[in-house]
Design a protein around this ligand. Structure first.
Ligand SMILES: *Cc1c(COP(=O)(O)O)cnc(C)c1O
Length: 477
């Protein structure tokens, strides 16, 4: 491709992108495809001869697009949003054009210094303590693994890094029953072992019970284990429950245990001063992670990882290779030593674009509106005799179900049917949750272009489908 062609196709693509942002609502959120449908359309072998860009782009539209799940649609209410904004997409274009690989200061001084400043901005925007510092990681899973590894190394004077496991370590990790699967994964990879992850029961709010955490820790110590790390959550994945951060910090300080706070989704809500009750006690945590790529309008991937003691992080991950040495190593931050990969993308650029283009007030406004829609839907469900909430609605994630005078197992089946039918319509996409054996319809919304009408429409689709499904069920029985 020569530069004239690049210019031409580049403009064409940007036009397509602008149209997509405008039209995304008209696409079925979930594509109507079966396993293998897309692969069948892609040749088995790579082309021997070059192909024209027209035909590549045309295949993108005819073969790939129909197989995409439209995360960008405001009717996407599954999992958590991976929202983005136009400024962030434009920043990605510049990032990939320069193709910078930001493993250390010298490999792009501007990237390293902008990253440092963006982490300062985020820290202050979220009201996190001044002594927190950190860097951008690819995902929260990676950041949590970094926390577990750093806790392990700090507890062993960096001995396992040097000598490997002796085999008699017996470390334990603690989190609530509602915690994200990335904690189990981190324990597996860090050599702690999944069997040593203690899942602490939760209260009626699905938050970790601090008194039980203490009991588990004391029992483990009595049994010869070595408590290593507690992972608490500000916003669990199922219900956005908030663990008692201050009480957990107390226990961690008392037993000298690493306290890692997983705020992957809900961390963004701390831009609102009125929501900072959630993070009370976070100033005594050892590490904190949240994903601007979930709810802060910065497209995937972009995770902010903060630590109290950067020296412990760097001591865990630093490498020393002749080819990587530079004259300024003592004066700069080489972020390759702040995490797992050597190579790093220039993610700070999109944060800088997004935060400036929206302003802190613009971000706050959107987050407030998303929470307000969540609370509006909560009151709707509470007032409806055929529906019930299955968990407290703290933000904009709702767990609820259709209810009728039927057995629990029947209700589970009916609710699954309602979900499947609605998702099949392409008008909305959401997923289930299971709470105490009960099948919950779980809606989580926070798309950039989300308006109240989308939430109203989702509620309407579910109500109408519930009537249909229950009528059919009654006719059959
Ligand atoms: C989404 C989520 C994660 C995992 O995030 P990734 O960035 O995809 O690794 C971890 N914890 C919680 C609470 C989450 O909601």
């Amino acid at each position: 491709m020569n530069s004239e062609e690049f210019r031409k196709y580049g403009h064409e693509l940007v036009d397509w992108m602008a149209d997509y942002f405008e039209d995304v609502e008209s696409y079925p959120v979930l594509p109507d495809v079966a396993p293998g449908d897309i692969m069948r359309q892609i040749p088995d072998k790579a082309p021997e001869q070059p192909e024209g860009f027209e035909s590549i782009f045309s295949d993108f539209k005819s073969k790939i697009l129909p197989g995409m799940t439209h995360w960008e649609s405001p009717n996407f209410m599954a999992y958590f949003p991976a929202n983005k904004s136009k400024a962030s997409v434009l920043a990605e274009m510049l990032m990939s054009t320069m193709g910078a690989q930001c493993m250390m200061w010298l490999t792009s001084p501007a990237a390293a210094e902008l990253e440092e400043q963006m982490m300062n901005w985020l820290r202050d925007m979220l009201g996190l303590p001044q002594h927190f510092t950190g860097c951008i990681q690819d995902t929260a899973s990676t950041a949590t693994l970094c926390a577990i590894l750093t806790a392990r190394e700090q507890a062993t004077q960096y001995g396992i890094n040097r000598k490997g496991f002796a085999g008699d370590e017996k470390f334990t990790i603690y989190c609530s029953e509602q915690i994200h699967s990335s904690i189990d994964k981190g324990a597996k990879i860090a050599g702690i072992g999944q069997n040593q992850v203690r899942k602490i029961p939760t209260d009626a709010q699905y938050a970790l019970k601090a008194d039980l955490l203490r009991q588990f820790i004391e029992q483990d110590i009595a049994d010869g284990f070595r408590p290593l790390c507690v992972v608490s959550a500000i916003g669990t994945t199922g219900t956005t429950a908030v663990d008692p951060i201050a009480a957990i910090s107390d226990i961690c300080e008392e037993f000298n245990i690493w306290h890692h706070v997983d705020a992957a989704y809900a961390g963004t809500v701390l831009v609102l001063p009125e929501m900072r009750w959630m993070s009370e006690g976070v100033e005594r945590a050892d590490s904190f992670v949240f994903n601007p790529h979930k709810w802060m309008f910065t497209n995937f991937d972009c995770t902010a990882y903060f630590v109290k003691d950067p020296a412990a992080l760097v001591n865990t991950f630093a490498i020393s290779l002749d080819i990587l040495k530079t004259d300024v190593d003592n004066e700069v931050k080489n972020y390759r030593d702040w995490g797992i990969p050597l190579g790093r993308r220039f993610r700070a650029l999109k944060l800088w674009f997004v935060i400036r283009e929206m302003g802190v007030s613009g971000i706050q406004e959107k987050i407030r509106s998303h929470i307000a829609y969540g609370q509006w839907l909560r009151t709707e469900i509470e007032a409806h005799s055929d529906f019930e909430l299955l968990a407290p609605v703290i933000l904009n994630t709702l767990n609820f179900r259709f209810r009728a005078d039927e057995a629990e197992s029947t209700l589970n089946e009916l609710n699954k049917q309602i979900m499947d039918n609605v998702n099949k319509s392409g008008k909305l996409f959401f997923v289930q949750n299971v709470l105490e054996g009960r099948f919950a319809l779980r809606l989580a919304f926070g798309g950039t272009e989300l308006e109240k009408r989308h939430v109203e429409n989702a509620w309407k689709l579910i109500r109408e489908e519930a009537v249909r499904v229950y009528q059919q069920f009654k006719q059959k029985t």
